[in-house]
Ligand binder design. Structure first.
Ligand SMILES: [Fe+2]
Length: 399
């Protein structure tokens, strides 16, 4: 994240003596950085040694079984039919994956009594439903429905969910560092005027609570597609202050201001994140195109270098039918996709959409996981068939 942020107490100069209140002992400086000391980084000051580990063991290997039938076809999964249950960390349902991204669904019904750190990828957690606080060594970050919570790798954290609310998360794990699109930012890092969101919309850790307890503190760490339990000798949230550019942050989908035009705007105007191997976009409530003869629905298109995942965060999407809240569709490389019969013609004259959806376009083909077959709508591929009536159920309004 390009915005500098700081919480708590830090010494005036880095890499200098920073004494504890007793006037004798010193806090331990801890650099957390990326790209070989050349990328975004933060300096944290800890009460205890971050290297003090009592024990470790491998908890489980994460095996992702592919759907045995990878026949080229459009796919639709009703993810909202997956029941709630289990842990945010230990019970993530694999949805689709390739070497750049891994998409999972988590629908936990309990809070973890351990901490979590992803040691192999960044996580973008879309809060489809829920509220609570993301606790981390960087402080507390309240979250709510519609938030994209970005937790870069290596950050120790814990989801403190308000269990009075149902909690459902779509998690995209990225091999590469996740960032906002470069074209939205100046060469100095500030969001430009044409960006659909800016610094004011970025939520950052707001309160630093320092824990100095010693004992046995389990942290589940993901590395090499396995979960490892590492027992630290002190509470992992023992930071008294930090500053820098590397920390968890969030952007709510409602703070993404749509870019509209007189004619159809292509998907890049909806983009809000990018990383090596994929981009992520938000389709939000907006006024439609205002040219008198505009067709607001998208044209048929074959983006020949992308598999397209769409997650429907409510039950409306202007170019789709048969979807519901929690649906996820996959339109793969190799097939042309577009509005279903009637949706293209039916969009003429429409003034507004209430749609809310998350799009993940991957540049390498995705493999569908076997886990989601139980909620698949197998009739989806045939939803474009017209029986010779291309206008479907919706007729073109007379001009
Ligand atoms: Fe598309």
């Amino acid at each position: 994240m390009p915005i500098y942020h700081t919480l708590g107490s830090i010494p005036r100069k880095r890499h200098t003596v920073f004494r504890k209140p007793d006037g004798e002992n010193i806090y331990y400086e801890h650099l957390m950085g990326t790209y070989g000391f050349s990328g975004p980084a933060s300096l944290l000051y800890r009460d205890g040694l971050p290297t003090e580990i009592k024990a470790q063991r491998e908890l489980m290997t994460l095996t992702w079984r592919p759907d045995p039938d990878q026949t080229l076809r459009m796919r639709h999964f009703r993810l909202n039919n997956v029941p709630n249950g289990g842990s945010m960390t230990l019970n993530r349902m694999p949805v689709a994956f390739n070497s750049d991204v891994a998409i999972t669904l988590a629908a936990p019904d309990r809070n973890d009594d351990f901490f979590y750190r992803n040691g192999q990828g960044d996580e973008i957690v879309y809060v489809s439903e829920g509220e609570g606080v993301l606790e981390s060594e960087y402080g507390t970050l309240p979250y709510r429905t519609g938030d994209y919570v970005i937790i870069h790798r290596g950050i120790t954290h814990r989801w403190k969910m308000n269990l009075d609310h149902k909690q459902r998360f779509l998690i995209t794990e990225s091999r590469d560092y996740v960032k906002t699109p470069e074209r939205y930012r100046t060469q100095w890092g500030q969001f430009m005027e044409h960006s659909p969101f800016c610094e004011r919309d970025i939520k950052r850790p707001s309160e630093l609570i320092t824990h100095t307890e010693r004992g046995d503190f389990p942290v589940v760490i993901k590395k090499n597609n396995a979960l490892h339990e590492v027992i630290f000798a002190h509470h992992p949230f023992d930071v008294v202050g930090w500053d820098g550019h590397y920390y968890p942050w969030a952007l709510n989908i409602e703070d993404f201001e749509p870019i509209t035009g007189s004619l159809h705007q292509p998907p890049p105007v909806h983009q809000h994140l990018e990383a090596g191997g994929f981009v992520m976009c938000s389709f939000v409530q907006r006024e439609f195109d205002y040219h008198p003869e505009a067709i607001p629905a998208p044209y048929n298109h074959m983006n020949v270098m992308s598999d397209e995942i769409l997650y429907y965060a409510n039950d409306e999407f202007m170019s789709r039918k048969g979807i519901e809240y929690g649906s996820m569709t996959l339109h793969p490389i190799g097939l042309t996709h577009g509005p279903q019969p009637g949706k293209y013609e039916g969009s003429v004259g429409a003034e507004r959409t209430e749609e809310l959806a998350v799009m993940i376009d991957t540049f390498a083909p995705l493999t569908v996981s076997e886990s989601v077959l139980s909620v698949e709508d197998e009739s989806y591929q045939k939803s474009w068939l017209t029986d010779g009536d291309p206008s479907g159920e919706v007729k073109v309004p007379k001009q």
